[in-house]
Design a protein around this ligand. Structure first.
Ligand SMILES: NC(=O)C1=CN([C@@H]2O[C@H](COP(=O)(O)OP(=O)(O)OC[C@H]3O[C@@H](n4cnc5c(N)ncnc54)[C@H](OP(=O)(O)O)[C@@H]3O)[C@@H](O)[C@H]2O)C=CC1
Ligand SMILES: Nc1c(N[C@@H]2O[C@H](COP(=O)(O)O)[C@@H](O)[C@H]2O)[nH]c(=O)[nH]c1=O
Ligand SMILES: [Zn+2]
Length: 371
């Protein structure tokens, strides 16, 4: 499939210019710097008079979308976006969520042409291209689609499955233990790593643990700063399992729910019904293994502490792996960070099947020299 434009099929003009292809490359790189969660990673660039005026990106749920970020940067530089081209890694949205529809913002800014990598599969947000064309804006879909899809591969999967995006966090020893033999585990990691764990909680709509963790640790599951004060955004506390949550359990101090089910897919469906878009799974080993075994972890954050715990509980003790060929593979998804004395390793699942074939002409091959 070649890039689509709203021009007639008989018109021979190449879909994108060399500058637009370069802008798409920059937008994709900017997108990759965002944080994963309920929203896809999206970048945008604005081109005018043969120059890339600005590059923007989405910085996480609730913050301005990439197009708005790029338009803001253009205006901050005292430039006028009227008549410009916007190059975006995802079809501009057409809905009012926590931010307004980007399609309208682009029209209001006087943008004349929008090149976007891939259509928005999210039923609520889609339709931006139709709205743009209705307002007389030329649209081109397809350049950079392969890279855009690869970047948001797991978000696209979660969206297609109609479930929340899932991040799992494991705080483990060098030898992969999450508790000592007697069940003690507080704390394996140092304060810097734990602060990063709290930042993860603050980015999630819900934090989920199994009943085993509730009974062993009595976790609070709140998002807190270095002084133990609550952060602004607090996640829903979710307990998965059959046993009741004890009357005095600390997690009852915030909004909480127990879901008496062992099936991660059904638990996610129930959370989706409650409006949860991003779940942080914090263990313990039985629950983490169940999510990983069901291929329902989209991002895995491992906090690796420099200590060994010998015969303690392993992070994924219940994962069914009988032979090396059944190993669950991951790949790095961003830089490894040093947090005090610990490491933070962010991973995403290595694809179990080859990625879908690139549906568009690769960047750089569909362009014409700048006119
Ligand atoms: N370092 C770290 O990052 C963490 C360490 N821990 C440590 O882990 C230990 C607790 O481990 P564990 O008991 O495995 O903790 P879990 O939180 O995984 O709880 C396990 C229990 O949850 C219920 N459950 C829900 N879904 C499933 C499922 N799909 N499969 C199996 N059981 C399910 C079962 O109880 P039911 O009968 O009620 O249904 C099960 O016994 C503690 O020592 C704790 O300190 C815990 C979290 C994080
Ligand atoms: N042991 C361990 C973690 N354990 C996780 O933190 C929970 C306790 O949360 P709270 O009561 O809110 O502070 C605990 O039940 C488990 O999910 N986390 C880490 O960052 N590092 C650690 O060494
Ligand atoms: Zn938008």
């Amino acid at each position: 499939m070649s890039p689509q434009t709203d021009r007639g099929a008989g018109q021979a003009r190449p879909a994108v210019t060399r500058l637009e292809a370069r802008a798409m490359d920059l937008a994709l790189r900017a997108a990759a710097e965002g944080v994963r969660g309920a929203n896809p990673l999206v970048g945008a660039a604005i081109i005018h008079d043969g120059r890339i005026l600005a590059v923007g990106r989405h910085r996480g749920a609730g913050t301005p979308h990439a197009e708005i970020d790029a338009l803001r940067a253009v205006r901050e530089r005292g430039e006028d976006p009227r008549g410009a081209t916007a190059v975006v890694t995802l079809e501009p949205c057409n809905h009012t969520g926590r931010t307004g529809p980007c399609a309208r913002a682009l029209v209001d800014a006087g943008i004349a042409r929008v090149v976007y990598a891939m259509a928005d599969p999210h039923a609520v947000a889609s339709g931006g291209a139709v709205r743009l064309r209705a307002a007389g804006v030329e649209t081109v879909e397809g350049p950079g689609a392969g890279r855009a899809r690869e970047l948001n591969e797991r978000w696209l999967l979660a969206t297609a499955q109609g479930r929340p995006y899932v991040t799992a966090k494991i705080a483990q020893s060098l030898d992969g233990r999450v508790a000592a033999a007697d069940g003690t585990s507080q704390w394996i990691t140092g304060p810097e790593a734990r602060r990063s764990g709290h930042a993860l909680r603050a980015r999630a709509d819900a934090v989920l643990v199994g009943t085993g963790t509730v009974l062993a640790d009595d976790p609070r599951l709140t998002a807190r700063d270095e002084h133990d004060a609550p952060l602004e955004h607090q996640p829903l506390h979710v307990v998965m399992g059959a046993r009741p949550v004890p009357a005095g359990a600390a997690l009852r101090d915030g909004p909480w729910v127990r879901i008496a089910d062992h099936d991660p897919a059904r638990v996610l469906a129930e959370l989706a019904d409650r409006g949860v878009g991003h779940v942080l799974v914090e263990g313990g080993p039985s629950v983490t293994s169940a999510f990983i075994g069901a291929d329902l972890v989209d991002t895995l954050v491992v906090h690796e502490a420099p200590l060994m715990l010998g015969p303690g509980a392993g992070a994924t003790d219940s994962l069914t792996v009988g032979t090396l060929g059944e190993a669950v593979h991951w790949r790095l998804d961003g830089p490894v960070r040093v947090l005090g004395g610990d490491l933070e390793i962010t991973l995403r699942p290595a694809p179990r099947r080859p990625l879908a074939a690139e549906p568009s002409t690769p960047l750089g091959e569909a362009c014409s020299p700048e006119s």
